[in-house]
Structures are given as C-alpha cells and as structure tokens.
Ligand binder design. Sequence first.
Ligand SMILES: Cc1cc2nc3c(=O)[nH]c(=O)nc-3n(C[C@H](O)[C@H](O)[C@H](O)COP(=O)(O)OP(=O)(O)OC[C@H]3O[C@@H](n4cnc5c(N)ncnc54)[C@H](O)[C@@H]3O)c2cc1C
Length: 472
Amino acid sequence: MDKKFDVAVIGGGPGGYTAAIRLAQLGANVVLFEKEKLGGTCLNVGCIPTKNLLDKAGLIEKIKKNTDAGIFKEAGLFSWSKILAEKEGVINTLTEGVKNILKSYNVVVVNSEVQLISENIIRDKNNNVTYQANKIIIATGSSTLMPPIEGIENDSVITSTEALNLKKLPKTLLIVGGGVIGVEIASIYAEFGTKVTIVEMQSSILDKEDKEAVSYLYKKLKEKGIEILTGTKVQKIEKNNSESLVKCIDLAGNKSFDKEAEFVLISIGRKPNLENIDLQKIGLKLESGYIWTDKTMKTSVDNIYAIGDITGRFLLAHVAYEQAVVAAENIMGINKEINLSKVPRCIYSHPQVSAIGRTEEQLVSMKKSYRKAVYPYAANGKALTMKEDGFIKWMSDPETDQILGVSIVGYNSTELLSSIIVAMNGNLKTKEIGEMIFPHPTLSEIIKEVALTNCSEAIHLPKSMNKNLLKK
Ligand SMILES: Cc1cc2nc3c(=O)[nH]c(=O)nc-3n(C[C@H](O)[C@H](O)[C@H](O)COP(=O)(O)OP(=O)(O)OC[C@H]3O[C@@H](n4cnc5c(N)ncnc54)[C@H](O)[C@@H]3O)c2cc1C
C-alpha cells in the first residue's frame, strides 16, 4: 500500500530542504527524499567546500603578500590533510544542522533514490515501496556536464566533486572551462602551489560578467601563475604514464598543441538530473532541457512544482532557496511569485568578482543611457591597511538616479554586495546612498564613495577622477 503525504519533495539540497521546512511550518505533512546527503551539491560538494578551501587559500595569499613585503619572515607551512579534515567538519556541522531542523518540524526524511512514476506517485528504487502525495516538488538539482571529448573516461579526468577531495596536492591541474567553478578551483589550487592552466573555448573567461572586472581578475590570476588559454578547445585527452596529455587547438590560429597535467578538471557547465522522472508519461514541459515552471514554480502539470537547478534559471543556491519558499507558499495557498530581476552573482575567486543588475555591456546592447563611475580600492584607507586592491563600478539611470548595475572586483566583494542588494531592492537613489553615513574605516566606504563619484561629489578622489561618464 502507498504511504500518503500532503507533499513529497524529491531532493534534499538547498531547494528541497528549504521547501520541506517552509511547507511543514505552514502545516503540511511532508516527506523528503534524498539519495545521498542532506544539503545536496551546495553543502556537500559545492558552495561550502569551495569556500572553505578558498578561505585557507586566502590565508596563504595574505601571508605571501606580507612575506613579499618583508613583514613576515617566512612563508606559511600548511597541512593539506588538516585542511581537508576541517572542510569535512564544516560540511558535517551544516548537514547535521539541516537534519535537525527538518526533524524539529517533523518532516519525514527518506534516505533513498526515488522515481517519479506518475503525477502523484513516487517509487523508492531500493525497496519498491511507493508513496502518494497530493503535491510534489522536484528539486533533484544538476550534475557536471561531460563533453564528448575522446579520452574523457581517463581516470585522471575529474569533476569539481573529486577536485574538492584530492588526497594529495597535484603538481599540475588543467581546467577545461573558465566559468565560475573553473575559476574558483583555479584560485584554490594556484595558491597551494599547483601549476594551473585554464582552457576556455570563448574569447574570455567568465564571459557574461563585466568586461573591465573580468580583465582585472584575468590579470590577477596570471600574476598568481595561472595560465589562461582562451579561444582554445580541448580535442582529446590521452593517458601518458602518470599524467594526461591534453590535445588542444587554438581556434583562431587553427594551431594544435599539447599540455601535460596530473589531473584534468571538467567544468564546462551542468546538466539537469532528470533520469528518475518519467517526463513523457507525466507530461512535464521542458525549456532548454530543464523543467519549465511559471512564476509560482508550478510546472506544466497542475500538482507538480520544480525548484532549484532543475529549473535551469540561475543554478545558484540562493535562487533555489527563494524558489523553494515560493513553491511551498503557493502549495499552501499563499500567492507568491518569484522575482529574478535582482539576483546577485558572486565569484569567490581571488580576487572576488560580484555583481548585481546589468553589466555595462548589457546596457550598451540595450541602447540604454547610463551614468558610470568607478572607485578604486586604492583610495580606501581600510583596503590599504589590508594590502588589497580592486574597484567598484556603478551604473545609474541619468534620469531617475536609480541603480542599474554594480560590479565589484576585489577582496570581500561578495560581502560588500549585500548592501547594494538592499539598496536596489529598496529602490534607493544613488545620491541617497552617497549621503548615508558609513562606518570608517571599512571597505564598505567604497560604496558611499562610488555613489558620490556617480554624482561627481566624491571627497576622497582628485578632481580629475571625481566624475561620472555619461553614456547615451
Ligand atoms: C563546485 C560548486 C560550487 C558552487 N558554489 C556556489 C556558490 O558559491 N554559491 C551558489 O549560490 N551556488 C553555488 N553552486 C551551485 C549550488 O550548489 C546549486 O545551485 C544548488 O546546490 C542547487 O540546489 P538544488 O537544491 O536545486 O540541487 P542540489 O543541491 O544539487 O540538490 C539536489 C539533491 O537531490 C538529490 N537527488 C537527485 N535525484 C534524486 C532522486 N531521484 N532521489 C532522491 N534524491 C535525489 C541529490 O542527491 C541532491 O542531494 C556551486 C556548485 C558547484 C558544483
């Protein structure tokens, strides 16, 4: 006999567990299925482990800077195994936390792989038990997209999951794909002494982000010894003793060359986890290969909702969290729509790149007038005390003074972005932000100063730099 629930959630990542908690808070009887570990990609093999390793890599970077300046006498020695152990500890604390919260709301968690076999029946693949639910939320996430490159089955070819758990630091790492994941993992290993090469088919790494911010990052990554080969395609991976021989082609010059690497990381993108969903029988509509939903997160089937990476919108944990709340509330009769017009984009590379709203390139292609200002970290006292550089770039509407887009490249920019998120969502004007009192000395003062520069009123910039650029 089927076990019956009000709502069944498939997948215990940021999307699934958030939806389950919100549903239970609103009084639903909920079952949550997770085939691996609660927390999904984000907590186990994504956001958290990368940031943990990036934090340690950041310490090395800091020590190096101070050693180069002669302030520290010796570069830091570290234990890679301790670093990995600490990372596992953080993951366990967080996943246990999720487990306890779910328990506190009486969510039934079933640790098993399940299949969605009809619009309200779920089958447990391990023991043939079936579950019935009035409403279902699909939150099965995404996994690494493996390109059809000859030799990809080679055992030195890895995904981000293995890259975060290498027992020994590799001497060389070749990363196929200069997107967010590729650039973050490059930042980790380069700092720990691995010789890293990024091979990117497009003409730039992070090709959707602000060009000025990306070229600044590019320069910094090169200074760290990271080789970046853009406009280059990997054609074949051959095993060559203990290393891989990676056959590349420079697309512009049509020139072939080889690179050797101990590990080859594939990070060209993600694909939706759809294999356990009987799409055709249920009649779920797809969009670009991902599950289509409306703004309430409802799919083309009335009682089924989809959230997180499986919807293919932003493939970010913070988007999954919000989609989860929207789906849960609609299921429980609270009308809510997802608004994805102001999603923050954060790259935790060294230095970090963060953005919200439009990039300058987007504004140009939209033929939208804008007022642009740039303010350097070099003009900020706190940044100087920390030996940090970078810049913030601000674009506002010349008529309304409202923020159109902001990009920051530099230390801790992912934290700095949050006040801009608040300002944009609160429809604050640039001038209003410039008139607020920010704590001194903090990096956040660059936000006030760039807003003032956008109004040509910055105090801590010489006259020649204190002006916006009006583009029509
Ligand atoms: C290396 C890396 C770094 C990242 N860093 C960031 C970051 O810094 N910030 C950010 O916002 N995002 C980051 N992301 C993206 C983020 O991890 C995802 O957007 C987020 O995890 C999506 O949540 P989700 O719930 O949709 O899916 P997932 O987290 O993938 O969870 C889906 C869950 O469903 C389970 N599942 C799938 N099928 C079944 C089934 N049939 N039965 C039972 N269980 C099933 C899976 O085991 C998985 O646990 C990163 C991703 C990677 C790979």
